[in-house]
Write a new protein. Structure first.
Length: 260
């Protein structure tokens, strides 16, 4: 049986501030509200399970706490695993095993690098779209932020997210950048016809615009998901982007230093 006491002994006396509890409850009500599992009043089974998983996670990982995005990670796992206990332990493993906790800890130390790698991958895989975005002065940061923190929960239907997780477990972080480039690739022709403000609105409603072959009624989610894996992303290219990011950060720091 899953309990919120499934946490390190030293943390069992930790209590969450009321403000944090309220924040979790508020986000739970906004998580996949149209999905059958989370429909209904606040006491519905799916919402109660999601609340339980998130509260247990916060107490198990007090140095990380709760941040927006975790609710979608936990909800996706509940949809595809079923049991709250399984969702809790796998979410904990994701945070610890894939350095995901560094996206949520104070200062979000890993997030700027992941956003930089996301944008760099799009620049390499979709140069025409990248030029269009740059010419219109549009930054992919917000879109990349959502994709990275929620593993595409804002952009893809929940049924497809199970394949996102499988690929993430298999390939690690390069799966995120590969899927991100593939997703924008399916939207490229539509995005090329839009200006900055329209692009922002379009991507904020991304889930409505994604049309993958085989994703309709009677189609195969696996076949539809394969459409998002058309680009190759090598570990070497990600390492080069990480090196470029470190140089960029150093240049920013140096620019802030007043020379004598």
């Amino acid at each position: 049986m899953f309990h919120e006491d499934a946490r390190p002994a030293g943390c069992r006396n930790c209590l969450m501030p009321n403000s944090k509890v309220s924040e979790i409850e508020r986000d739970v009500s906004r998580t996949f509200p149209a999905h059958q599992r989370f429909k209904g009043d606040p006491g519905a089974t799916g919402r109660a399970e999601l609340l339980k998983v998130l509260r247990a996670l916060v107490v198990a990982e007090p140095s990380v706490g709760y941040c927006q995005g975790m609710n979608f990670l936990a909800a996706t796992l509940l949809i595809h695993l079923g049991a709250a206990q399984d969702a809790f332990w796998l979410l904990l493993a994701i945070l610890e095993g894939y350095h995901f906790h560094h996206l949520f800890t104070p200062g979000v130390p890993l997030l700027p690098l992941r956003i930089f790698q996301f944008a760099g991958t799009v620049r390499q895989c979709l140069p025409r779209l990248w030029r269009h975005l740059k010419e219109d002065g549009f930054s992919l940061d917000i879109f990349a932020h959502q994709c990275v923190l929620t593993l595409f929960a804002y952009s893809l239907e929940p049924e497809l997210l199970g394949h996102v997780y499988d690929t993430f477990f298999l390939l690690g972080w390069k799966a995120v950048f590969r899927i991100g480039a593939g997703l924008l690739g399916t939207l490229e022709e539509q995005l090329l016809g839009l200006g900055r403000e329209d692009i922002s609105h379009f991507l904020s409603q991304c889930k409505r615009h994604v049309r993958l072959p085989g994703s309709g009624a009677g189609g195969s989610c696996a076949a539809a998901f394969r459409e998002l894996l058309g680009f190759k992303v090598s570990r070497k290219s990600l390492e080069e982007l990480e090196g470029a990011f470190q140089i960029y950060r150093l240049e920013v720091l140096l620019a802030q230093v007043a020379l004598p």
